[in-house]
Design a protein around this ligand. Structure first.
Ligand code: GLN
Length: 305
């Protein structure tokens, strides 16, 4: 298949859509992004990679970090996670408080904010003051790229304006589902969200999720096959919050978005994909990025269904 030609076709098709939707502004530092930026990378398990657009451009991975935090937690805590975070789609926005109140502070899944905050709390308990560094190191390892850093400007901006996340953490603490100081746990969470990467690095970081947990380039075992299955299942059912059904319906792949404008998607046994475009739809998912992935599955025929 001529993947480069497919990417170029997508770039042409997507051009009129760039700028539709809105860049996130509730984290002030994200508001500086150019709504017309676009980048896309395909990374095949055979080692080949294909790119279109601004592939050098780094952006904060935001909620895509929830995938990597949960991978670490699954490896460390196994079955003990489920009494604190469930694995059901929420049908609600990523930062909603309502469901959490009537479900006694137990988040529906690890890919909405409260779920990821509980996972950050578990990692904070386990790693102590090196939680931030441990998550960054895990991510660098999946990319096989140790130049990846945390964008402290984004971190500070979210730290100073994260009112809803403070509310979520406090509510869960009142139910006994946050064990550390709110500040410490949110520090871990905000740092993970502020990891900065480009589409080439992001696609590389999730390549093992297309290959039963083994990095096909380095042969490192990053996740066991059972956990890899679970991560992909969660990405399909919960990766786009209350638009997860729509994403599965239109794209037909496991995927995870972030409000920075990035999305990763997995074609099991074939490739990982990363796309970037910071203008978001009403659900907080990249508008053009989602469309680009839909076009990709349409043109290539690669879908899990
Ligand atoms: N850091 C963001 C927040 O907590 C992540 C949300 C997202 O990417 N959907 O609000």
């Amino acid at each position: 298949m001529n993947y480069q030609a497919i990417l170029e076709q997508i770039q042409t098709d997507i051009a009129p859509l760039l700028g539709q939707g809105r860049v996130a502004t509730y984290i002030p530092a994200l508001a500086c992004a150019n709504p017309k930026d676009f980048a896309m990378t395909l990374h095949l398990v055979n080692g080949e990679s294909y790119h279109a657009g601004l592939v050098e451009k780094r952006f904060s991975i935001q909620s895509i970090s929830k995938v990597f935090m949960y991978c670490i937690a699954l490896s460390l805590f196994e079955e003990n996670i489920y009494e604190r975070v469930r694995v059901e789609p929420s049908g609600n926005p990523f930062n909603s408080l309502i469901q959490l109140e009537y479900e006694n502070g137990i988040p529906r899944n690890p890919f909405i904010n409260p779920g990821a905050i509980v996972v950050a709390d578990m990692l904070t308990s386990y790693f102590g003051s090196s939680a931030e560094e441990s998550i960054l190191h895990y991510f660098q390892n999946t990319c096989d790229d140790f130049t990846i850093t945390i964008d402290k400007e984004i971190f500070n901006s979210e730290h100073n304006s994260g009112y809803r996340n403070y509310a979520l953490a406090n509510l869960m603490k009142s139910f006994g589902n946050i064990h550390n100081d709110i500040e410490k746990t949110l520090d871990t969470y905000f740092n993970a969200c502020s990891i900065s990467a480009n589409t080439a690095q992001l696609a590389r970081s999730s390549l093992h999720l297309a290959n039963n947990g083994i990095d096909p380039i380095t042969a490192n075992i990053l996740l066991n096959p059972e956990h890899t299955k679970r991560i992909n299942a969660l990405m399909l059912t919960c990766g786009h919050y209350d638009a997860s059904g729509e994403f599965a319906y239109r794209v037909g792949l496991p995927g995870k978005s972030g409000v920075g404008g990035g999305i990763i998607a997995i074609v099991p046994n074939i490739m990982s994909i990363a796309v970037y475009s910071p203008a978001l739809n009403v659900h907080g998912n990249s508008f053009a990025g989602t469309k680009a992935l839909e076009l990709f599955t349409q043109y290539s025929g690669h879908t899990i269904f």
